[in-house]
Design a protein around this ligand. Sequence first.
Ligand SMILES: [Zn+2]
Length: 149
Amino acid sequence: MRVRIELELADREVYGKNKMRQELDEYLCKVYPKMMVNRNKDMQETCMCWGFEVGDGWFNIINQLMGNIQHHLDWKNRNEEVVPQVTLDQVKEKFGSLRFYYTGGDDYIRGMATMAESMSGVTCEVCGNIGESNGGPWIRVRCKEHDNE
Ligand SMILES: [Zn+2]
């Protein structure tokens, strides 16, 4: 039991930095309310209660992705709902790249999300500059300046 608790604490230290700044999180909630309906639900219901579990450097990728998704939905559904509204389930970093989990959408939106996830793989998660994966045990994408963060 003790070992497990220590492991969990260690994990939290490593992953603790992967949290988007509050004002950026609030901005995305305000601009894309339809996609963010899960943000303040209980942790039993959704992982979105943790917010955006990525560094600030990926904000632009996520903001552009969400903007393009909502624009596509609004256009497609201008007369009647033919594409289900996208709602976010979890946004996090895994093995050095963005993971954007959601419900709803169509193939077009799936493609945009795949492209965004791929761009995160060459974008410093701290500052948004060009980055590359480090070779460490915890794969992360960093520019030269943020190599150790
Ligand atoms: Zn950087």
